[in-house]
Design a protein around this ligand. Structure first.
Ligand SMILES: Nc1ncnc2c1ncn2[C@@H]1O[C@H](COP(=O)(O)OP(=O)(O)OP(=O)(O)O)[C@@H](O)[C@H]1O
Ligand SMILES: [Mg+2]
Length: 427
């Protein structure tokens, strides 16, 4: 719970922001701080319409302050309309001066609408451009993304069918982060290069270097391919679109081709974004096998769409992933300009992974020993080992772990691992 002083500042900031935004047509959604923008976002019209009106309900919706009026009623520049429970700014200048005298500088620096106004006043040293850079762009709001999806996907069943093919997350909803993953040197470099390519998109366009931004992640299950792709979306603040190739076969096939087209159209509109295509070997399989002609057509549509999309022109990073590189044919390979290897982690990486996943767990651990005991384990396996150890301790109502708990979980896991391996050998 925030103290009442900052609650009052929240409300006055909102009143001032609404007033300035309403009176200046040149300001747009990117001039509003995300909480305010999200509240007033009109998903049908896809904009924040004018005027923005402030009521007790909106104050509660944005800041979770239920009794807004009683907090500000002693200020000489506000009034209350009982019927609409609206809070109005009666004397703007007075309010603006009062606000500037409070502990509000950091708020002004992060709110482009306020910075727009105060940068024209001599008394305060703020830059509108800097505030714009500080403020998260609207493309990162899940509200913005979802209303765009509604627009591209169409209505009802038609939209549902398309959304079966693709799962979309706003970067603010992505849980994975690069800091929690242990990457190889090559992976770190590729991630940094992609970030640079986005930063220098205009330059790349100028020199006509288009062979960039299509990556294929290759490696065994559980080595972090999906996690790195998702973390990249969070890191770069770009929406994440995950295409589910296996859904291609489950749809009425005539529609699939159309839906693939829609997915790519959506990616271009979301620009910039990450388009992730898991199980890419599926593409090669359908081309090899004597598949239904319609599936082949759908897959060909997919390959053609991949050719037609680019980071430089469309702001779309394409990431494919596969566990079975040997299944890929040359048609699939040549669509990617970089192959990124996701190897089984070595002992050094396993130690680091243990350190990261144990960071919040109470107890002292010999991570080197654990790493040495877990040859042949992936990052995903190490998480499963931790899971077993934690659940076993919880069973005894313990929330602290010992080295022994983990070692036991490792040996239980090895038994399971052997079972899995022998199952593979039999198939
Ligand atoms: N290098 C790593 N560092 C930290 N955690 C890892 C690493 N590799 C895998 N993990 C963890 O293992 C889990 C599974 O990883 P992920 O789903 O990204 O693997 P994947 O390569 O996509 O597997 P699949 O091929 O089966 O789709 C995730 O929770 C992830 O955090
Ligand atoms: Mg995966």
């Amino acid at each position: 719970m925030e103290d009442s002083e900052s609650q009052v500042l929240n409300i006055v900031e909102l009143l001032l922001t609404a007033h300035i935004y309403n009176g200046n047509d040149q300001l747009n959604e990117n001039d509003l701080p995300p909480p305010i923008r999200k509240h007033y976002w009109n998903s049908k019209e896809r904009k924040v319409g004018r005027p923005i009106l402030v009521s007790e309900k909106s104050v509660d919706g944005i800041f979770e302050i239920p009794n807004g009026w009683s907090l500000v009623k002693t200020l000489p520049f506000v009034s209350f309309d009982e019927f609409g429970s609206r809070i109005d700014l009666t004397v703007f200048d007075l309010g603006a001066k009062w606000f500037a005298k409070q502990d509000s500088l950091s708020r002004i620096k992060q709110n482009p609408t306020l910075a727009f106004y105060y940068s024209q006043q001599d008394s305060i040293d703020v830059s509108y451009e800097k505030a714009r850079q500080e403020n998260k762009p609207i493309e990162m709001d899940r509200e913005w993304i979802h209303s765009l999806i509604d627009e591209v996907a169409g209505e009802g069943e038609e939209a549902e069918d398309m959304l079966k093919l693709v799962a979309i997350s706003a970067p603010e909803d992505v849980r994975e982060s690069l800091g929690k993953l242990v990457l190889t040197q090559e992976q770190v470099e590729e991630v940094e290069k992609i970030a640079k390519a986005i930063q220098y998109r205009e330059y790349l366009k100028e020199i006509e270097l288009f062979e960039i931004g299509k990556l294929l992640f290759v490696g065994p299950p559980g080595t972090g391919k999906t996690s790195v792709a998702r973390a990249l979306s969070k890191e770069l603040g770009m929406p994440f679109l995950e295409v589910r190739l296996s859904m291609i076969t489950s749809q009425y096939l005539g529609e699939t081709t159309k839906n693939i087209g829609k997915v790519f159209a959506l990616a271009k509109r979301l620009n910039p974004c990450i388009l992730f295509i898991d199980e890419f070997d599926y593409v090669a399989k359908t081309r090899l096998a004597d598949e239904h002609g319609a599936i082949k057509r759908a897959v060909n549509m997919l390959l053609k769409s991949i050719d037609d999309i680019s980071l430089v022109d469309d702001g779309v990073i394409l990431i494919g992933a596969t566990n079975h590189p040997r299944l890929l044919d040359s048609a699939a390979w040549r669509r990617f300009d970089k192959i990124v290897d996701f190897p089984m982690p070595d002992a050094f990486m396993r130690k680091e992974i243990f350190e990261k996943i144990l960071a919040r767990v109470t107890g002292t651990f010999d991570t080197q020993k654990l790493a040495d005991m877990t040859d042949q384990c992936t990052g995903s396996d190490l998480r499963l080992i931790l899971r077993e150890a934690v659940l076993k301790a919880l069973f005894e109502d313990r929330t602290d772990l010992s080295q022994n708990d983990l070692e036991e979980a490792v040996s239980d896991f090895s038994k399971r691992f052997e079972l899995k391996m022998s199952a593979y050998e039999n198939t």
